[in-house]
Design a binder for this molecule. Structure first.
Ligand SMILES: Cc1cc2nc3c(=O)[nH]c(=O)nc-3n(C[C@H](O)[C@H](O)[C@H](O)COP(=O)(O)OP(=O)(O)OC[C@H]3O[C@@H](n4cnc5c(N)ncnc54)[C@H](O)[C@@H]3O)c2cc1C
Length: 500
């Protein structure tokens, strides 16, 4: 990336704007209306922004906004602007110019502009990326959110999605047309372009297989513990109840479970464990209740207070719209990382119990846990792909993390996530889900791609020898680093991208 003094002249951007039919934007940061020092200051807009700042749709519709602002440098936080009349809103790690692409020709023009000028290129769809990989200071952004187009091919059992298609749009089509699509839980996540960051090129459309419409049965519940007056369970019985669930992961996963739950400290001297939900596609409620019965009996024996709410629906969409939470985003201080734990841990009861004790200790040390009991074995005939090979024997995917502060405290917390919590858990599983991972993951190639990494690295060197496509902790990203960024202890994108 050229030093700012070596940027192409304004006339080059004028030409880019003309050739892309007026698609070039110079975006004002989303939070700017809350800053009295910014020309975009507007108290009405600011109030609306503050009310909706944690909703993902607020950010997804903006050309540069990052839902994990810490990695953009957090340079235009509306709460900061609203609280301090002298505060300044800066572009920080957001792209300087953006091509808002609606078609493939505009994508080609933006890519060629970056290749010919040496300006850093940053591809963005919705801005969901947890590692800041849709941000980059002094860059040209390529916003693919406008490339729509969603077509269901009933005969082939496939769906073709333009790069800007969201998960919600696919699920809504599935409900109308009577099929089931596999996708993320948050409706505004990109359905096509995610999955590893802009490393090899720009996806303009993708065709995926879909399945016949199927019913879904499941359960939701909340278990809380603590020492306060409102605590329903003591911490001892809480952990025993959790263990009774964890211990059965193999059996539940083999029946097709997707068990999605969260454990957070509740300020009552204990924890709240929320099942959000646990469901099995293709299973009826009676069979689901049968599967869960031994667990409920064990809980009864332990004296665990819990009120399970079972459900059954005709389609995944109906379960998704009724039972999944709406995720909050844009927390400036969140540091997370993840681990994929293999089935082999459950096949050795000593190791299994050691893992549970470690996870409990990490939570008791201050980490939150978002946990998934799943099975991602490749069905026969699955072709070779870039998918992380660690997924294939995963039984438990866990996201860990906590809140950082600025300065020394921030550095301490950040290192705790990487070196202490994830370090302790690495003993049981070296893999991590790259889209919901620690940006400081020491051996990210092995963790995010498993045995596929050496092959992907070879391909990267072949197809993009000049690293036109670069993202933090992406395939082949080792040769570059963001220098002079705001947080020395964290790879944030508010500095110049330089060769190592
Ligand atoms: C609230 C929330 C909920 C989530 N829920 C889930 C979930 O349920 N399941 C799950 O698997 N993940 C989930 N994720 C993680 C999500 O999959 C990743 O954040 C993913 O990277 C988002 O992709 P995106 O294109 O929407 O985001 P962006 O931030 O726009 O892009 C992500 C990365 O992909 C690259 N990219 C985007 N479009 C293209 C393209 N067309 N061509 C090439 N590169 C491209 C960008 O450069 C960037 O590196 C969630 C994230 C959040 C914040």
């Amino acid at each position: 990336m050229p030093h700012p003094r070596l940027h192409p002249p304004p006339s080059a951007y004028t030409t880019l704007n003309l050739t892309t039919s007026g698609a070039l934007l110079r975006p004002v940061p989303l939070g700017a209306p809350c800053f009295a020092t910014h020309p975009a200051h507007n108290t009405t807009l600011c109030a609306a922004l503050l009310a909706n700042w944690t909703k993902s749709d607020t950010h997804a519709r903006h050309p540069t906004s990052a839902m994990s602002p810490l990695y953009q440098g957090d340079t235009c936080n509306p709460a900061v602007g609203a609280a301090s009349p002298s505060a300044v809103c800066a572009v920080g790690g957001s792209p300087m110019y953006v091509v808002r692409a609606d078609n493939v020709a505009q994508v080609q023009l933006a890519v060629n502009f970056a290749r010919n000028t040496g300006v850093r290129l940053v591809v963005r769809n919705t801005g969901h990326d947890f590692l800041g990989r849709s941000a980059g200071a002094e860059s040209l952004g390529l916003w693919v959110g406008g490339i729509k187009g969603l077509e269901y091919d009933r005969v082939r059992g496939t769906v073709r999605m333009g790069a800007g298609t969201t998960v919600r749009e696919v699920y809504e089509l599935a409900e109308r047309e009577g099929f089931t699509a596999v996708g993320g839980e948050c409706g505004s996540v990109g359905a096509a372009g995610g999955g590893g960051g802009g490393t090899f090129g720009v996806v303009t459309a993708v065709t995926v297989r879909v399945w016949p419409k199927m019913g879904v049965a499941g359960v939701k519940f909340v278990v809380s513990s603590g020492t306060g007056a409102r605590a329903e369970n003591g911490n001892g019985v809480f952990w025993e109840g959790m263990y009774a669930y964890w211990r059965r992961f193999e059996g539940f996963a083999d029946k097709g479970s997707y068990g999605y739950s969260q454990v957070f400290p509740n300020g009552e001297g204990g924890y709240t464990w929320s099942m959000l939900p646990w469901l099995v596609p293709g299973m009826g409620r009676v069979e689901f209740e049968d599967m869960v019965k031994p667990l409920l009996e064990e809980w009864k024996g332990l004296g665990l207070k819990v009120k399970p709410e079972f459900f059954e629906h005709d389609s995944l969409y109906q379960a998704w719209t009724r039972h999944f939470p709406s995720d909050g985003v844009a927390n400036s201080n969140l540091r997370v990382g993840s681990r994929l734990f293999p089935r082999s841990v459950w096949q050795n009861s000593t190791r299994r119990d050691e893992l549970f004790d470690t996870i409990r200790a990490v939570i008791e040390d201050g980490s939150a846990l978002i946990q998934y009991n799943i099975k991602a074995v490749a069905p026969p005939g699955t072709p070779e792909s870039a998918a992380n090979s660690h997924w294939r024997d995963t039984l438990f995917f866990g996201i860990f993390g906590g809140f950082t502060a600025e300065g020394e405290e921030g550095e301490k917390m950040s290192r705790k996530v990487t070196d202490d919590w994830l370090g302790r858990l690495k003993k049981f599983g070296t893999g991590a889900y790259g889209n919901e991972a620690d940006v400081m993951e020491p051996d990210f190639g092995e963790a995010f791609w498993g045995k596929n990494y050496p092959r992907l690295l070879r391909i990267k060197k072949e197809v993009d020898p000049d690293d036109l496509f670069w993202v933090q902790a992406g395939v082949g990203s080792e040769g570059w680093k963001v220098a002079s960024n705001s947080r020395k202890w964290l790879s944030t994108q508010d500095g110049l991208l330089c060769r190592v």
